[in-house]
Write a protein that binds this ligand. Structure first.
Ligand code: SF4
Ligand code: SF4
Length: 143
């Protein structure tokens, strides 16, 4: 079933765990596509989808909503690379083997207390392993 068969019932967004707390609204994405031709890959909020497939499973029209979002993300990454914030996150992961940067004041406090700093919580071998995995799978799309 293609997106044009959507009847705007809202079952997808009512089932969406991400839509409760983010700007993701699959019903609206599809409505805009039908009414103005706005492509799914032009919607920044598609990155909030956690691919749980609840929407796709419950859609009364059998629209492959999750697969459409995944395909849109794939097209985006292929054409433009990862969006800035994800690219930054993976670059950080590649360089530091951690996804969230440690806050300076926490690093300083741990240093004062004689605790190891965050990145030192993993041994060098583990960090190198993480770097190699990210580089191998995402190196070409991280910009
Ligand atoms: S559940 Fe299906 S038919 Fe209903 S609004 Fe969502 S995509 Fe459209
Ligand atoms: S697959 Fe994505 S869009 Fe669909 S319900 Fe789950 S989080 Fe929402």
């Amino acid at each position: 079933m293609n997106l044009n068969s959507c009847i705007q019932c809202g079952t997808c967004i009512a089932s969406c765990p991400s839509g409760r707390i983010t700007a993701l609204n699959t019903r609206r994405i599809i409505a805009d596509f039908i009414s103005s031709g706005k492509k799914v890959e032009e919607r920044d909020e598609i990155w909030f989808c956690v691919t749980c497939y609840a929407c796709q499973e419950r859609c009364p029209r059998g629209i492959e909503i999750t697969d459409t979002l995944i395909e849109a993300r794939r097209t985006l990454v292929k054409n433009k690379g990862l969006p800035g914030r994800l690219s930054n996150a993976f670059t950080f992961l590649m360089n530091k083997a951690a996804l969230v940067p440690a806050r300076e004041e926490h690093v300083e406090l741990r240093r004062k207390l004689g605790l190891p700093i965050y990145h030192a919580q993993f041994d060098e071998k583990a960090r190198e392993e993480v770097r190699r995995i990210v580089e191998k799978h995402l190196g070409s799309v991280v910009r």
